[in-house]
Design a protein around this ligand. Structure first.
Ligand code: TRP
Length: 81
C-alpha cells in the first residue's frame, strides 16, 4: 500500500483541537515507539487554540491545565487541580 493511503487509514491523520480556558495551559507531545517521553511542550494562554495532529513522532498528547479538547470521539474538558 502507498504511504499516503496507509497514513489515511491510521490514527496518524487524526487532529485534536485544544482551547485554553486559563493562562498557562500546557500541550505536551509524547513520542511514538518503545521509548515514551515528552518531545514537545507548547504553552497556551486563555483563549488560544492549538490544532495538533497525531504523527509518526507523536502517539499521545497530554494536556495540563483547564482546556476544552475536541476530538473525533467527542469533546472533553481538562481541569486544573
Ligand atoms: N514535530 C512534532 C510531530 O510531527 C509536532 C507535533 C505534532 C506535536 N503533533 C503534536 C507536538 C502534538 C506536540 C503535540 O510529531
Amino acid at each position: 500500500m502507498e504511504v499516503s493511503k496507509l497514513k489515511a487509514t491510521s490514527n496518524q491523520s487524526d487532529y485534536v483541537v485544544i482551547k485554553a480556558m486559563d493562562d498557562g495551559v500546557n500541550v505536551i507531545g509524547l513520542t511514538r515507539g518503545t521509548d515514551t517521553r515528552f518531545h514537545h511542550s507548547e504553552k497556551l494562554d486563555k483563549g488560544e487554540v492549538m490544532i495538533a495532529q497525531f504523527t509518526e513522532h507523536t502517539s499521545a498528547i497530554k494536556i495540563r491545565g483547564k482546556a476544552k479538547i475536541m476530538t473525533s470521539m467527542g469533546e472533553i474538558e481538562s481541569e486544573h487541580k
